[in-house]
Design a protein around this ligand. Sequence first.
Ligand code: PHE
Length: 445
Amino acid sequence: MKIARFSRIGFILAAAGSAVGLGNIWKFPYIAGEYGGGAFVLVYLFTVLLIGFSIMIAEMLIGYMGRKDTVTSFETLAPVNKHLWKYAGFQGLAGLFIMIFYSVVIGWIFHYIVTSLFTLPATVKEAESIFTRMLHSDFLTQLFYHSLAFVCITYVLTKGIKGGIEKLNMVLMPLLMIILVGMFTYATTLGAFSRAVEFMFYPDWGKINSDAFVTAVGHAFFTLSLGMGAIMTYSASLEKNSNIVKSAFWVVFLDTTIAIIAGLMLFTFLYEYGSGPAKGPGLVFISLPAVFYEMGIIGNFFAVLFFIALAFAGLTSSVSLVEPMVQYFIDRFSWSRLKASIMMGLFFYLLGIVAILSNIDGFAKYLTWGGKNFFDWVDYITAAIMLPLGGLIMAVFVGFVIDKSKVESFMKPQLGFAFEAWYFSLRYITPVAMFVVMLSLMGLL
Ligand code: PHE
């Protein structure tokens, strides 16, 4: 059977599609707001360059050399203890877990596309009550849109790498960029734009504490889709003789640029029409709709476009979150793609329903443990433990386990004199940083 491979541009768009997601447009602005902007943004940018970029290259390299699902790739590339190293491949599970809440959030976005067509809340208070009503008492609406997300995502996965994932990204990614750049351009014409720039880039180091630092590192990881096999699985379908470093550069560049554009645009709108940088996850679902209302009729138009862009970003990430386990069952158990896609889809779909219920009044108390409900637990376990652990393992694997000569023969021609710096970062900087992040996210530091 001929194996379908990504085209060069298809791979870059698919990997960038994975990276650019709810993390960039929904999460980054609100955590930047929470930690006071400037200094946080700079720490984040620094981590993306220093740690994110090197792990991105390492993860692409494992996929590219391994050529299979994540478990098989670790197993074949490990020179010794193959039976143990194969377990490193189970980082692909993190994606399925993330999907449990990711799909629910995409459902909320679908719902907001539809409602923004007709009405927007006149005040933040009203917006808040609409959002909390949906979250805590409207099970059926959430179920309906979560089901829609499940159907779209699973359908694309059944179509495979070329006909599904590549196609989806070739269409949605350019559209997403056009929408964002268009809205950003409008934002630059508003008076509040310079305040947004100042907020995002003027560092107030007094606001930076270890918590902000850890959040920045954790987010750099999440936003680049590292540590859970998405980039690795896509890289297994790279053409021979691909330039990994160039692709990694483009993915990091696009992801970072889009996060900054989205942040500047949102903060401009919030300053111009609202009360300034709002905090918390409600930024996009609460403050923003009220801000769009203030804009008048163009606000409805912008609101719909904005939520469409957010949905596109979420969908292209979703397929990459599920694909590693789909590939695993295809490679290891010879499942058909159809069967693997549907089974993995059902996994996140059914648990996603539990995540919805864990916010619903009356059910929440049965699905809350230790102050976190099921929804928040899944978020916490994936972001605080699974992703940093995945990153740590990959850095150690490429830095210490695979023969240096083998790594060198692949990477030296692409990295040139930067090879040693990259290798050093993988061996010594990244693992330590990941370990510290993991411990402190787990509350042990
Ligand atoms: N990078 C995606 C985002 O920013 C989330 C994601 C994480 C996707 C891990 C795939 C793998 O939303």
